[in-house]
Write a protein that binds this ligand. Structure first.
Ligand SMILES: Cc1cc2nc3c(=O)[nH]c(=O)nc-3n(C[C@H](O)[C@H](O)[C@H](O)COP(=O)(O)OP(=O)(O)OC[C@H]3O[C@@H](n4cnc5c(N)ncnc54)[C@H](O)[C@@H]3O)c2cc1C
Length: 400
């Protein structure tokens, strides 16, 4: 830690904090920037536990921040990867309707994709689907040729490299434990000691609401952790999938439904589901943090959400507990996949904001406070959109 006094402190060494800090160091004249991360290394939470998809921007409501940042961010991300030699692949994706009931929703998605300017997105019939994904079942599909895959932890490391190359500091094992704003700036107590900054940017992912509350900002929402569990396909069954095969999602939920994802290392993953986690960093079903669970349970918004979505919640818990049930869901997309093809269970935890009325916040949420900016909802496709979100935060930071 230099003398502990900075112009800007960014909390969170995930892809959003890192892209923001990197762009600040690139765009502002000689700022003193520190990035504070509580873990031993960067990208240990959502950024290192996701599906690795560069979304093209089909799903999101036209005019929303998700739609515009995903569209712009995916282009910025590819350019960044090209410049740094980070491997990515534009493998394309199909969203598959398996019965007539799903077709109207599929057509809505196609229309959304078109309105969001997604290149090449088209509705295809079963013959074309079989050419792209010979083992997928479906009566119609939306094909998005521009969707791609990348390793977001590698992207985050490249952001950190550029940040430090431009004079920024990255402090790991620096958990922020207290915040106070006064006329001088923000006093930030960390597990490594105190630092001060004129501006604090909160990109703490699963803990972003807590930091906002610490700064005296009532954000009107709370982060509810939703675990997404994955399996890998065995090498023999991986040949059943060429790229990305998704179901038609439930439009009431911000999750995309369990799907098949080719990874940049050539393996194929199946998942993720979306089950309530009993700890913000609860990667296993038995991980319970009593304080965090209590925080969730005494939040009125949680119970209002539960009243609306309890059926899908129970279904997801069951599918999480019974592997055969997950295999059944996957078989609707690719019938040849067997339960025994699913190996090496792993998980990520999504930071999903829920508002006081119990609504799952659909759009990205960035809130400004005195001497601070808070990223309060940045679930998928925030990794895709990270450079666009970072640019937006830099614009906001220039107002301070
Ligand atoms: C299962 C899953 C699949 C996904 N798939 C995709 C996908 O295919 N494509 C896509 O675009 N997006 C995807 N996402 C979403 C994407 O991963 C996230 O939107 C993105 O990583 C969010 O980045 P972040 O920096 O906000 O959060 P994080 O990566 O969680 O980073 C937050 C950081 O803050 C640190 N922190 C928290 N509290 C403190 C504190 N008090 N002091 C210091 N540091 C602190 C944490 O340790 C963490 O490193 C997926 C997410 C999940 C969970």
């Amino acid at each position: 830690m230099s003398n502990g006094r900075y112009d800007i402190a960014v909390v969170g060494g995930g892809i959003i904090g890192l892209s923001t800090a990197m762009l600040l160091a690139r765009r502002l004249p000689r700022p003193k920037i520190v990035l504070l991360e509580k873990e031993d290394d960067i990208a240990q939470h959502q950024t290192g536990h996701n599906s690795g998809v560069i979304h093209a921007g089909i799903y999101y409501a036209p005019g929303s921040a998700k739609a515009s940042f995903c569209y712009a961010g995916s282009k910025m991300l590819r350019r960044f990867c090209d410049e740094r030699g980070i491997p990515y692949e534009t493998c394309g994706k199909v969203i598959v309707a398996v019965d007539d009931d799903e077709v109207p929703r599929l057509m809505d998605l196609h229309e959304r994709g078109r309105m969001n300017g997604v290149a090449g997105v088209e509705v295809i019939g079963p013959e074309r689907l079989r050419e792209i994904e010979p083992h997928a079942a479906g009566i119609r599909a939306v094909h998005s040729p521009e969707t791609g895959i990348v390793d977001y932890a590698a992207v985050a490391r490249a952001f950190a490299h550029e940040l430090t190359g431009n004079g920024g500091e990255v402090l790991t094992r620096a958990q922020v434990i207290g915040l106070d704003a006064d006329r001088e700036g923000v006093r930030i107590r960390t597990s490594l000691g105190e630092v001060t900054a004129s501006l604090l940017i909160n990109c703490a992912g699963l803990y972003a609401d807590r930091l906002a509350l610490d700064m005296g900002i009532e954000p009107g929402l709370r982060i509810v952790p939703f675990r997404g569990e994955f399996f890998s396909l065995t090498p023999e069954s991986s040949r059943l999938v060429n790229g990305l095969v998704y179901p038609v999602p439930d439009p009431r939920l911000p999750f995309l439904g369990v799907h098949f994802t080719k990874r940049i290392d050539g393996t194929v993953e199946a998942g993720p589901n979306a089950v309530l986690a009993f700890a913000r960093e609860g990667y296993r079903s038995l991980d319970v943090d009593a304080v965090e669970l209590w925080e969730t349970l005494r939040y009125g918004g949680f119970w209002r959400m539960a009243r609306t979505h309890w059926r899908s919640g129970v279904r997801e818990q069951y599918r999480s507990a019974v592997k055969g049930r997950l295999a059944k869901s996957l078989q609707t997309l690719v019938p040849e996949v067997r339960k025994d093809d699913l190996v090496n269970r792993s998980a990520g935890v999504r930071a999903q904001a829920v508002d006081v009325k119990g609504r799952l916040v659909q759009d990205f949420a960035i809130v400004q406070g005195p001497k601070s900016i808070h990223v309060l909802n940045a679930p998928s496709p925030a990794a895709t959109a990270s450079l666009a979100i970072g640019s937006r935060i830099v614009d906001l930071a220039q107002e301070y």
